[in-house]
Design a protein around this ligand. Structure first.
Ligand code: ADP
Length: 497
């Protein structure tokens, strides 16, 4: 319990309340006692005077014990707690109503008596109590004049009865009882309200700490939802703490996710690379070993094996280049550096590169470019690569006599790039897979095919990196159309060019 903020705050609050309550009750008891003493002494201040005025208590400087016995009997009839003494001028006790064995002192201090006699009104004035010197008592006193000369004092101690002790006061005083009950009741009430308030105040803190723990248990990767009741950092310290925690958690979970993702991508890459390189490497090794082992091969056969080994090594080279490019794109290591450029000019450049290949295969390469093409905002190097991949496929999979058209059409906010061919097309069943890595439709002539099955996967990643998507429409034996969009460059940037 004391390990929580709520527990600590509650303990401190209750400790303080009960300390204050204790002091208050002690103060109440003390002041009540003083009040009773003051009231009693005021009421009884003239008792001694009245008794002295009634009869002579000293005769020739000596105590008239008979008179004193009478006086003390009268007094006891009125107040059973009172004790009566006759003192000489120095406070020595000459007569006492207290039985000898109960008397613990033989004289009384004259200082309080002088204060009383001088007319001091700041009651209570406490004097010595010869019955019990450890407890002072209120008293009434009066000088005894004999022939006009003071010869002693009549000293009456006034007991307070049951009010002398705390338990007596609690039992006997209605006022004390009411005060204490009121104090205890208010203490209990204030404690209950305080506990409730602290509970409310620390509730959000407890909720936040539960969320932090849950975030930790979930491996720092589960997203932390926005709080329903928070004031979004504009409230108190807890609201601000909560806002900062949510921002921090969002950053941490994004980073942890990114780390996990890139880690699994790296693992996948290592597995794939070793698997994919093994096939061409093994077959290249096979041809070379045949060449080395078989001594009776004709020149033509040797040339054939050598050509195949070279083709496999070329394929290996292309595979490695494509694999690394795709891996870098997948691992988000390739960042696009968008800049405004003329897509029309780039399209013409790329077409130029494929002129020879197209004419060798008897394919018509045509362009459909709007002469007033606006600038686009994209990474020129990556877009060049995407166009190359699409054109290479279109020329490769279009038989002689067919046509490949590269068109760039401007729209209100974007341009649409289309590579269309009249080639062999793609079956509907294959369409959803052609962007998958290594997906190749004709693998029968794998030995001789140029492709790696990675070109469209790379193209798709590049287009996605530009916030766009690549679409394909195709019909077997009629041709295919690949299309994607690129954003226009902001006019402010184009003006500066
Ligand atoms: P590849 O290196 O084999 O060309 P790609 O990823 O570029 O790999 O293409 C995947 C597969 O999609 C190809 O093997 C091919 O069968 C099919 N393909 C791609 N473009 C075309 C196209 N223009 N016409 C017909 N088939 C295509």
């Amino acid at each position: 319990m004391l390990r929580t903020i709520y527990g600590k705050l509650s303990a401190i609050m209750l400790g303080l309340f009960y300390a204050v309550g204790f002091l208050f009750i002690m103060g109440t008891l003390f002041s009540n006692r003083l009040y009773f003493q003051e009231a009693s002494q005021r009421l009884s201040r003239n008792v001694a005077k009245q008794l002295v005025s009634k009869q002579d208590l000293m005769v020739d400087g000596r105590v008239d014990t008979v008179a004193m016995d009478l006086v003390s009997r009268d007094l006891m009839a009125i107040n059973r707690t009172a004790d009566i003494y006759l003192l000489d001028l120095h406070g020595r006790i000459l007569y006492s109503s207290v039985p000898g064995d109960e008397l613990k002192a033989d004289h009384v201090s004259m200082k309080p008596i002088s204060s009383f006699s001088s007319g001091e009104t700041r009651f209570p004035i406490l004097g010595d109590n010869p019955r019990d010197p450890s407890v002072k008592r209120i008293f009434s006193v009066c000088p005894i004049p004999v022939s006009g000369e003071v010869q002693g004092h009549l000293y009456i101690t006034l007991g307070e009865g049951e009010l002398e002790t705390i338990t007596g006061m609690l039992k006997g005083s209605y006022i004390v009882n009411i005060s204490i009950i009121a104090a205890v009741a208010s203490l209990l009430l204030v404690s209950a309200v305080g506990l409730l308030l602290f509970n409310q105040l620390t509730k959000r803190l407890r909720g936040l700490s539960r969320e932090v723990e849950k975030f930790k248990e979930d491996g720092f990767s589960a997203p932390v939802l926005k709080s329903a009741g928070g004031k979004d950092g504009n409230g108190d310290e807890i609201d601000r703490l909560e806002k900062v925690f949510r921002e921090m958690a969002a950053v941490i979970s994004a980073q942890v996710r990114e780390l996990k993702e890139s880690d699994s991508l790296r693992r996948e890459l290592v597995t794939n690379v070793s698997h994919d390189l093994r096939t061409p490497l093994t077959s290249m090794q096979g041809y070379l070993e045949t060449l080395a082992v078989k001594t009776d091969l004709s020149e033509k056969e040797k040339r054939g094996y050598l050509d195949r080994a070279i083709r496999q090594s070329n394929r290996l080279r292309r595979l490695i280049a494509d694999l690394f490019e795709l891996a870098k794109l997948d691992a988000h290591e390739v960042k696009d550096h968008p800049e405004p450029f003329s897509l029309g000019e780039l399209a013409l450049d790329v077409l130029q590169k494929f002129n020879l290949m197209a004419s060798e295969r008897g394919v018509n390469l045509v362009s459909d470019l709007d002469p007033r093409l606006p600038f686009v905002m994209a990474d020129i190097g990556l877009i060049e690569r995407a166009l190359e991949n699409l054109l290479k496929n279109a020329v490769t999979y279009t038989p002689g006599g067919g046509t490949v058209t590269l068109s760039v059409l401007p729209g209100p906010d974007q341009v649409t790039v289309t590579v269309a061919d009249t080639g062999k097309g793609i079956r509907e069943a294959d369409l959803p897979h052609i962007f998958d890595r290594y997906y190749r439709i004709d693998t029968a002539d794998d030995d001789t095919a140029e492709g790696t099955g990675l070109g469209l996967a790379i193209t798709k990643r590049i287009v996605e990196l530009h916030g766009s998507t690549i679409e394909v429409q195709s019909e077997p034996d009629r041709g295919s159309v690949f299309a994607f969009e690129l954003p226009l460059a902001p006019s402010s940037l184009v003006k500066n060019l």
